[in-house]
Design a protein around this ligand. Structure first.
Ligand code: MEV
Length: 296
């Protein structure tokens, strides 16, 4: 049986698609599990009810991975996941990584981490069209990650624990659609969007150091600034803006939307003293609130 965790983007979403850096963290308490069994015919089962689109995507993913790995044997696959589908926590990348890991073990393929990462990136392209690769990379390596289009991937060293609280809006972010709508706007006014992506890039660079110094006041300020710019490129939503405001009034040092946006999650940074107050407050708005403690 193979497992893969979830992820959350902390800085630089969208800008990372345009070769700017991004920062993401693994979410280790939520994961996908895949187990392969010998079988006479090919089949799979999943621990939840999938709609037609999700079924189609899963079949396409399995077929694609089998083709890429040149696998011909019939097997039965059992998929279990504690990750909500399409809520911006990397369910698709997590599924791809868990599947490839399990097939690697089951068929003794001996694939290295880097090869698994490359193949899961190809899988992401099936789901998202033009992914940056940050989701599959953070899930594959399971460490807080500074990602620069694969050119300068670095793992962050965070000395003192930092507490984040995540609240889901309950609305699927539709990554592919949001990314392609933004691409249309980008193509019609490259000057404007490159300026914004450069500003986000500057924030991400500063955030890298602030995270390594565990400077939560600065991390908070940078998250607020990043959110403002994400609002400017119209990938936020009234609900995400409200969640951010509410988090700031209830013990957060900073808050922003996370991931593709127009739904998905808000993430806020806090400290040990304010963490429970923030969680309780956000629970009045969202039925999916959880904390992440980051330390490496
Ligand atoms: C999605 O988790 C993050 C985006 O930046 C898309 C990507 O990087 O592929 C919106």
């Amino acid at each position: 049986m193979a497992k893969a965790c979830g992820k959350i983007i902390l800085f630089g979403e969208h800008a990372v698609v345009y070769s700017r850096p991004g920062i993401a963290m693994p979410v280790k308490n939520l994961y996908t599990e895949v187990k392969a069994y010998k079988s006479d015919c090919f089949s799979y089962c999943v621990d939840r009810v999938l709609d037609e689109e999700e079924k189609e995507k899963l079949t396409k993913l399995i077929e694609f991975v089998f083709l890429e790995l040149n696998l011909k044997d019939n097997i039965h696959l059992h998929v279990e996941s504690s990750l909500p589908i399409s809520l911006g926590l990397g369910s698709s990348a997590s599924l791809a990584v868990a599947l490839i890991r399990e097939l690697t073990e089951f068929f003794f393929l001996g694939l290295e981490k880097k090869e698994i990462n490359n193949l899961s990136f190809k899988c992401e392209k099936i789901f998202h069209g033009k992914p940056s690769g940050i989701d599959n990379t953070v899930i594959n390596y399971e460490k807080p990650l500074y990602y620069d289009g694969g050119k300068k991937t670095e793992f962050l060293k965070i000395k003192k624990p930092i507490f984040f609280v995540v609240a889901s809006t309950g609305k699927k972010p539709e990554t592919k659609k949001v990314v392609s709508e933004l691409n249309e706007k980008y193509n019609s006014d490259k000057k404007k969007y490159n300026r914004i992506f450069d500003e986000i890039s500057d924030i991400t660079e500063k955030a890298k150091k602030a995270l390594e110094d565990s400077d939560i006041v600065l991390i908070g300020e940078l998250m607020n600034k990043n959110h403002k710019l994400l609002k400017e490129i119209e990938v936020s939503s009234p609900k995400l803006d409200l969640f951010c405001e509410f988090a700031l009034q209830n013990g957060a040092y900073g808050a922003k939307m996370s991931g593709a946006g127009k739904g998905g999650n808000m993430i806020a940074v806090t400290d040990k003293e304010n963490k429970d107050k923030l969680i309780n407050a956000l629970c009045t708005l969202s039925d999916q609130v959880f904390e992440i403690e980051v330390k490496t």
